[in-house]
Design a protein around this ligand. Structure first.
Ligand code: ZN
Length: 120
C-alpha cells in the first residue's frame, strides 16, 4: 500500500482515538473540512492551523515508521511549530511546553479559546 494511504488511515484512526483533539494542545481539530469547526469565512485562513495532521512521534528521518504506534493526530499549528524548531523537542517534553502555553491562552489565537475549542 502506498505510504500516503497508510498515513491517511493512521491519521483518521488517531483522530478518532483522541476524540478529535490534538495530541499536544488538546484543541478540537477538523479532519475533512474546516466547516467541522466553523463555517465563518473570516476564520478560514486561521482554521488551517486546526487541521488534523499525522504526527510521527519518532521522525521519519530518525527511523520512525508509518505505524499506528508512531503516529498521533496533531493540529497543523503544533506539528509545524515543533518541526520549525532547530532541535525539535521530544514529544512528551513538547506536550508539556504546549500545555503550559495553552493554560495561559498563549498558544492559539484568542478566538480559539473564546469558542472553547481547547477545553477538554
Ligand atoms: Zn495542537
Amino acid at each position: 500500500m502506498p505510504s500516503r494511504n497508510r498515513i491517511y488511515i493512521h491519521r483518521r484512526r488517531a483522530f478518532e482515538q483522541q476524540g478529535g483533539r490534538c495530541y499536544y494542545c488538546g484543541v478540537r481539530m477538523w479532519l475533512t473540512t474546516p466547516d467541522e469547526i466553523s463555517s465563518d469565512p473570516r476564520r478560514r485562513p486561521a482554521l488551517e492551523k486546526l487541521r488534523c495532521t499525522a504526527e510521527h512521534l519518532v521522525a521519519q528521518c530518525e527511523g520512525g515508521g508509518h505505524t499506528a504506534q508512531n503516529i498521533v493526530a496533531a493540529c497543523a499549528h503544533c506539528n509545524q511549530t515543533r518541526h520549525k524548531l532547530r532541535r525539535p523537542p521530544e514529544p512528551l517534553a513538547y506536550r508539556k511546553h504546549v500545555g503550559r502555553r495553552v493554560a495561559r491562552h498563549a498558544w492559539h489565537q484568542r478566538w480559539v479559546y473564546d469558542l472553547g475549542l481547547t477545553a477538554a
